[in-house]
Design a protein around this ligand. Structure first.
Ligand code: NAD
Ligand code: MG
Length: 395
């Protein structure tokens, strides 16, 4: 057996981060944790250091660094503490690192993820916002550095598993007609439209099938998540937006499907537990135990499908429009959504206003070409500014 692979987990204290550490801990002969990061839950980050003994831990500021350093010192641990975005980028691109789990939520994960890409690391991509924001630039960087990009999002990991290994030749060339992206429909799939006005952040975060961080939970309720995933799928698999169809499948057992020209439809099924795609990507092209229980089809009993209702889920339409517009539109969509979701979680706006705010930003900000990273950040900043103005006007 070769030496264990060294893994950096960006966003280790989050839902995906903890699931990743769980899978890694099942295979100490294959994987070692090189680096971890946390943003707010310092006590959890310290507990992770005690259990996984990483070489490096990254925290957001000097104050958290001194505290973590003191705790590590008392516990007799030699983990080094690095700080801020620069620390994240350094930890993601360190020469010792083989693979990086990109599991920071939102635009905050972009620079560290790109640092890992540019260093040619194997990338396990959970941070879909990074790819949505930068699209073509991200994929160009992957090709330039020769980094291996593996999707963690359960749908994209499912599609990846259902595609032939030479899919990079083009979907048409390998006989794919379309991609069917499944969605649970979230907690508000059947809520009367008039009641959506009054739903609370906790209701939005009570996902029927998946346990996730709060931002992606709200995105799942609004189906913004599925729209971001549509854009993500276009970049990962070189698909046109109209080659990706969203299918509501409330049981979340089929994680997505690929429809071929000969009439075959391949699907990947499993229990809704992110450790499956994480283990799949970590070990690819091999298979390892993930700790996920085997799928009991008799307990599942039935699989249902529905067409999404765009009146109920306006964010899905906004995402399709941004995907078609390309250029700076997806970065602005993402930024506006991050501001809107944070405002909703803080109780500053009502749930239907998330889509209203995003629509205001997208219909008033011009779409511009983004041929370099600075242009993406400029679009992101401009959209956040406009979103904040909307908030002050509508509060
Ligand atoms: P989470 O909120 O549980 O965890 C987020 C992590 O990012 C935490 O470690 C947090 O400390 C860190 N973080 C937050 N803000 C930060 C900042 N400004 N700078 C640096 N670090 C910061 O989120 P999650 O559910 O684990 O999701 C993480 C990513 O994975 C998201 O992009 C999400 O869309 C994607 N994803 C998650 C799931 C899931 O099942 N949870 C599924 C598919 C994709
Ligand atoms: Mg997903």
């Amino acid at each position: 057996m070769n030496r264990p692979q060294q893994i950096t987990v960006l966003g280790a204290t989050g839902s995906i981060g903890l699931s990743t550490l769980d899978v890694i801990a099942r295979h100490p002969d294959r994987y070692q944790v090189f680096g971890v990061s946390g943003y707010s839950r310092l006590a959890e980050l310290f507990a992770i250091c005690v259990e996984h003994r990483p070489r490096v831990a990254v925290v957001p500021d000097e104050r958290s660094a001194s505290q973590l350093q003191a705790d590590l010192h008392s516990a007799g641990l030699a983990t080094e503490v690095w700080v801020g975005e620069q620390g994240l980028c350094q930890m993601a691109s360190a020469p010792e690192v083989d693979a990086v789990m990109a599991a920071i939520v939102g635009a905050a994960g972009l620079r560290p993820t790109l640092a890992a890409v540019n260093a040619g690391k194997k990338i396990l991509l959970a941070n879909k916002e990074a790819l949505v924001m930068t699209g073509d630039l991200f994929m160009q960087a992957v090709r330039r550095s020769g980094s291996v990009l593996l999707p963690i999002d359960s749908e994209h990991n499912a599609i990846f598993q259902c595609l032939p290994s030479d899919y990079a030749r083009g979907l048409g060339a390998v006989g794919v007609r379309r991609i069917l992206l499944t969605a649970s429909g979230g907690p508000f799939r059947e809520t009367p439209l008039a009641h959506l006005q009054d739903v609370t952040p906790d209701q939005a975060c009570a996902h029927p099938n998946w346990s996730m961080g709060r931002k992606i939970s709200v995105d799942s309720a609004s189906m913004m998540n599925k729209g971001l995933e549509l854009i993500e799928a276009c970049w990962l698999f070189d698909a046109k937006p109209n080659q990706v169809e969203v299918v509501i499948h409330p049981q979340s057992v089929i994680h997505s499907l690929v429809d071929y020209v000969d009439g075959s439809v391949l699907a990947q099924l499993g229990n809704p537990d992110m450790r499956t795609p994480i283990a799949n990507a970590l070990a690819w092209p091999e298979r390892i135990d993930s700790g996920v229980a085997p799928l009991d089809l008799f307990a599942v009993a039935r699989l249902d499908f529905e067409r999404p209702d765009e009146q109920r889920f306006p964010c899905l339409r906004l995402c399709r429009e941004a995907a078609e517009a390309g250029n700076s539109a997806p970065a602005m969509l993402n930024a506006a959504n991050e501001v809107a979701v944070a405002a909703f979680l803080e109780g500053r706006i009502r749930y239907p206003q998330i889509a209203q705010l995003i629509e205001d930003v997208l219909s008033n900000e011009p779409v511009v070409a983004v041929d370099e990273l600075d242009a993406v950040f400029a679009a992101d900043t401009q959209a956040r500014l406009r979103a904040e103005q909307w908030l002050s006007r509508n509060n």
